[in-house]
Write a protein that binds this ligand. Structure first.
Ligand code: TYD
Length: 139
């Protein structure tokens, strides 16, 4: 996987009128995979980072529905930090990417769309194992 392809941000186009804005997320349309699971993270103390894992095969789309948070991504070669602060902004994270989420605002709600059901066997929770895994998969 080339390093610039391990994540991608998407600006969703709201359908807006005087009643407000609406964004529709559709599998294989503006979401680049079939959606098998949706979860959301909220009530995160600002000083507490989360994540600290990678997924072997899972692909995800992050949208911060309310408030803001930061997402730190690392593919073993390159690190980036992305601020999610709008429900218009999506962040697609490919498999094999170490992630950390931090700096949640008190109203922060991070919604995650995923292409697979929850499976602890898909997680890599040890950073040195992650680096070994990325080397074995020859990025
Ligand atoms: P975890 O993925 O470690 O959270 P984060 O990456 O945000 O720090 O998940 C926290 C707990 O929730 C862990 O015990 C696994 C469980 N969990 C589920 O049962 N289903 C899910 O879909 C997810 C994402 C987590």
């Amino acid at each position: 996987m080339r390093s610039e392809h391990f994540y991608r941000t998407i600006e969703f186009n709201p359908i807006g009128d005087s009643r407000g804005d609406l964004i529709s997320l559709e599998a294989l349309n503006n979401v680049p995979f079939e959606i098998r699971r949706v979860y959301y993270i909220f009530n995160v103390p600002r000083s507490i980072p989360r994540g600290f894992h990678a997924h072997k095969t899972l692909r995800q789309l992050f949208v911060c529905m309310s408030g803001s948070c930061k997402v730190h991504l690392d593919n073993g070669l390159e690190k980036v930090e992305i601020t999610l602060d709008s429900p218009r902004k999506g962040l697609v994270i490919e498999s094999g990417v170490w992630r950390q989420m931090s700096d949640f605002s008190s109203d922060g709600v991070l919604m995650v769309l995923a292409d697979q059901m929850y499976d602890e066997a898909d997680y890599i929770r040890n950073y040195s194992e992650f680096l070994d895994y990325t080397r074995l998969n020859k990025r």
